[in-house]
Ligand binder design. Sequence first.
Ligand SMILES: Nc1ncnc2c1ncn2[C@@H]1O[C@H](COP(=O)(O)OP(=O)(O)OP(=O)(O)O)[C@@H](O)[C@H]1O
Length: 486
Amino acid sequence: MQGAQLQASKASAADDATSDGDSLYLTLQVNNDLARDVIESHWRQVVEEALSEVTGAPVVLVVVHEQEEKRPIEPKGVVMPRPPIPTPPSSNSPLPQQNTTSAYNLNVTRSASQRMMRSADVPYEADGGALGTREQWDNEQKPGMLTNNRLNPRYSFDTFIVGGSNRLAHAASLAVAEAPGESYNPLFLYGGVGLGKTHLLHAIGQQGVQTGLAVLYVSSEQFTNEIINAIRYRTTEEFRAKYRSVDILLVDDIQFIAGKESTEEEFFHTFNSLYEMSKQIVICSDRPPKAIASLEERLRSRFEWGLVADIQPPDLETRMAILRVKADALHYRVPDDIISYVAGRVQTNIRELEGCLNRLMAYQQLHRVDLTIDVARAAMSSLGADHRETNLDGRQIAQTVSEYYSVPFEAMCGKQRDKQVLVPRQVAMYLIRQETQVSLFEIGQLFGGRDHSTVLHACEKIERNLKQNPTLRQDVSAIREQLLRA
Ligand SMILES: Nc1ncnc2c1ncn2[C@@H]1O[C@H](COP(=O)(O)OP(=O)(O)OP(=O)(O)O)[C@@H](O)[C@H]1O
């Protein structure tokens, strides 16, 4: 570690807005990566403890490779509470700068001054840093970024099932993918957990890549980490060159940047630069911009500039279609009645729906049994309360069917065999069989003492007809929805 220096300084506490106590932050400059790694992995704790003893305050050590200290203007504070960012000596610091002859360059600052960096703290270059940096980035780094774009090939428009709950979000995403920067900019998608926001982001990205565009997908957490590191290692020019060189920027879970001042600041400038160049920005969140507490107003209003589209929980039909596509993709044959049974169990989260399918597959393979409704029930039985196991009884179901078709329950129990009565009777038998543990014999008893083979025949007939008759499918879905709401 020859040739390195040790410096100590203490910044003013006057610019501190949100002190996290009396910790001291130490910046240790070393002249090669190895030294940094060795100190980080072996000596950090020892040094921190030793210095804590000397100073009487908790110490946090930040080790920096001196070649990374190339920015002439250094940030005065810390972007995020963690990890701490080195703070340079402050001109109005009460402590004089101490230069020593030691092998390290050591900056000591009161944590009080190492707080969320304000806009003025990070010099902003609208062109994304020096031209040289941008060109260098385009030549050296961009190809790598484009090949490792981290887009999941499974998340494409082809594999996305469209229903009433996600139609707007899907149509907007498609429009954006077809004409990036032209139709809706930014596109802001929001919706609950596991409803397909990330899937749509990736689908847009995938299409962009296919048309030769530079696409960057990041989570807001990754964006935050990158900006922290950029400030820490003085590489903000590269950071800006990277983010301003893309044609489509996809940002997931934007709600997590709220309240992180420097990240918001940097994102604001990234947004503006891309927007001015007519580059497409797509943002996802679990809530609409208005509901993101402590998000800066200027960002909120920008998020609302283009189109804000929501994704609602899918209805039963859409859930069934999604399960069917997922099962087919796994080359897993699942009968329709089981698809509809599983779809009825998970109502608000498609990720969990997929989990149920995987669970079913694993359960069946483990027990080496045929896939029947009873096997599905057993596979689902140990799942938590989110996965609705209905407490309906046969009579309740029969009553709901009777009301749906406007056919009196008594008529369904009688001898009439015309279609108006026969279909509701058979549908009721089928649903009771699916939704309850009631035996074929008991179902027969409920409907005027019919034989169990009549019930079986009814169930099989409805199951067959469901495949061919869309009206019947719709009716059964609607009744099932009503039952699940009951
Ligand atoms: N309409 C859909 N068609 C097909 N698959 C879907 C659909 N919606 C969601 N999925 C699938 O559900 C899973 C979860 O979706 P995704 O990760 O996109 O949800 P998300 O809304 O981003 O959730 P989170 O808020 O937790 O990040 C993925 O495997 C995705 O492919």
